[in-house]
Design a protein around this ligand. Structure first.
Ligand code: HEC
Length: 123
């Protein structure tokens, strides 16, 4: 076999292994990503309040909160829950929130949904 041909074959083999190696890694990342949404112990203080703190409180707290909704206050969140759910799920008829930001992750939305269905406890 000609040397050039051998080099070509080895290169193709190496490239194939590299590409399939990357593909395998990606699949693993996707799998890990979907399995890290822990919804076993959803509470207000550990699952819901941190999401609002990270994405909402910068505009929705203090003495003149945007939309007159304080997302750093449990009672304000409960009082305004219909508007909050509409806004974060970006349903028509509601202002999409967070304003000027991307939609919350499906994991965060799921946790908030579970908290609501469990009775919106102040836990
Ligand atoms: C950059 C500032 C900003 C951030 C961050 C933000 N908001 Fe808002 N939000 C506003 C403003 C301003 C309004 C009032 C919009 C208006 O009335 O035109 C508003 C309105 C709302 C409303 C009323 C919507 C309606 O249609 O009745 C809700 C509910 C709300 N925000 C919830 C949230 C939640 C929950 C988050 C976090 C996921 C969030 N916002 C993040 C600025 C923000």
């Amino acid at each position: 076999m000609k040397t050039e041909l051998k080099i070509l074959l080895v290169s193709v083999l190496a490239l194939t292994l590299t590409v399939s190696g990357c593909y395998y890694d990606n699949e693993e990342d996707l799998y890990l990503g979907s399995s890290t949404c822990d919804t076993t112990n959803v509470t207000y203080s550990t699952s819901v309040a941190p999401v609002f703190a990270g994405y909402c409180n910068s505009c929705h707290s203090g003495s003149s909160p945007s939309g007159n909704i304080k997302t750093d206050s449990y009672s304000s969140v409960v009082t305004n829950i219909t508007r909050i759910v509409g806004a974060i799920n970006q349903r028509s008829g509601f202002k999409p929130m967070p304003q000027n930001g991307g939609k919350l992750t499906s994991c965060d939305l799921t946790k908030i949904d579970i908290w609501i269905r469990k009775g919106m406890l102040n836990n």
